[in-house]
Design a protein around this ligand. Structure first.
Ligand SMILES: Nc1nc2c(ncn2[C@@H]2O[C@H](COP(=O)(O)OP(=O)(O)O)[C@@H](O)[C@H]2O)c(=O)[nH]1
Ligand SMILES: [Mg+2]
Length: 372
């Protein structure tokens, strides 16, 4: 060793202002004598987490900060942090002190001493590990997710949902183009993306309870997990974002039907105005659902953004609806191919149109490639 950097500790943070200084203190203690840096990756937290981390960095050059603007997502935060270091080894650890940083030196030793080893994973579910004060509901959800992901994985991990591990940085850089960046389980993503079986070891740790700040993942855990699994299994055939957009569109169609039924049969309104109102309701419903689910990583916030987004979404979808009718009518007239095929073709073209244009104009403010 020539005195260069040994390890980068990547810490994804969102609203963890109260925890950053404590974590650096603990890293300092745990990694005494090692050459490390900590990279906080913050998604522009409203509580000023990035500012708190920068204050620390001014006094301690081992601390670095990446502040991402207009984006959310645990996986992409971890990936960007891992790609922002020259250290040969990189660890990912939560910023809320729930992971046991005292394992880091042992992980480091294992990887430095065994060149064959690709990564070391902190596990809550092996002998000696534990999940602290989780309630039964959370433990049960986690058990189901663990089982499911082990089916998809080629490796027999005890804790594939772990967010605490250390890996060779070069390996991550090689795999990044193949990673979905969707959802929150970066380890699962890395393990399933690798074309060869990765050689790993596991170390037990007990998941600590959170003292400050609050969990961001409880409500979306199940959904994001399913999205990540879908992406791994079928993402190449139908991209996950399009699948979600289409599913939301299907729900929108149901909303449309219900509103038409209520207005047309329940009020004196004639059919055409009933349909017009139903269309507006369905588009609005779709806009908010897509904003909350399909595009949650770049969701629009605040009255102004939401209003602009809603207007552009309605414009895009109106054009899509006209195209839908036009194409269906054309096919029905020219090909005489039957009403169902014509109607389906119209719907498909409109769906692709709506998806492509809304991802560009409604949710594309930052010109980012979807899924990256
Ligand atoms: N940069 C970034 N960090 C996040 C995001 N969501 C969660 N985190 C951080 O990821 C870590 C784990 O999240 P947490 O909410 O504690 O999940 P839980 O422990 O499973 O309840 C914490 O350090 C969070 O601050 C996000 O969207 N972006
Ligand atoms: Mg946590």
């Amino acid at each position: 060793m020539n005195g260069g950097l040994e390890l980068a500790v990547v810490v994804p943070v969102f609203n963890e202002r109260a925890n950053v200084a404590l974590l650096v203190e603990r890293l300092d203690k745990a990694l005494a004598g090692r050459r490390w840096e900590a990279i906080f990756v913050d998604d522009d937290s409203p509580d000023g987490t990035a500012e708190a981390a920068r204050d620390l960095a001014l006094a301690d050059a081992r601390v670095r900060v990446i502040q991402r603007i207009g984006r959310r997502g645990l996986s992409t935060a971890c990936l960007e942090g891992m790609c922002a270091t020259a250290a040969p080894l990189v660890a990912v650890i939560d910023g809320d002190l729930q992971h046991d940083e005292t394992l880091l030196p042992m992980m480091l030793d294992m990887l430095e001493q065994d060149p064959e080893l690709d990564l070391v994973i902190g596990s809550r579910f092996m002998e000696g590990g534990g999940t602290g004060d989780w309630d039964r509901d959370r433990a049960a959800k986690s058990a189901i997710a663990t089982k499911l992901s082990r089916q998809v994985l080629k490796a027999d991990l005890t804790d594939p949902m772990s967010g605490f591990f250390m890996i060779r940085t070069a390996l991550v850089r090689d795999l990044v183009p193949m990673l979905s960046g969707i959802g929150f389980k970066i380890l699962l993503d890395i393990m399933t993306a690798s074309p060869r079986r990765l050689r790993f070891r596991e170390l037990p740790y007990v998941f600590r309870s959170r003292q400050r700040g609050e969990s961001k993942l409880d409500h979306v855990v199940a959904l994001e997990f399913l999205i990540a699994l879908y992406d791994r299994m079928f993402g190449r055939i139908v991209p996950v974002r399009f699948a979600m957009f289409a599913a939301v569109g299907g729900l929108g169609a149901a909303v449309h039907m219900i509103v038409v039924a209520l207005l047309y049969t329940g009020t004196p309104l004639p059919f055409v105005p009933s349909t017009a109102i139903a269309t507006l309701v369905a588009m609005t419903f779709n806009f908010f659902l897509n904003n909350a689910l399909t595009y949650r990583d770049r969701r629009l916030k605040g009255a102004r953004e939401l209003f602009d987004g809603w207007v552009s979404f309605c414009i895009v979808c109106s054009v899509g609806a006209v195209a839908n009718v036009g194409i269906a009518a054309f096919l029905y007239g020219v090909e005489n191919g039957g009403w169902a095929v014509s109607a389906l073709a119209g719907i498909l073209v409109a769906a692709v149109w709506n998806f492509a244009l809304s991802s560009r104009f409604t949710w594309g403010r930052y010109g980012r490639k979807p899924g990256v």
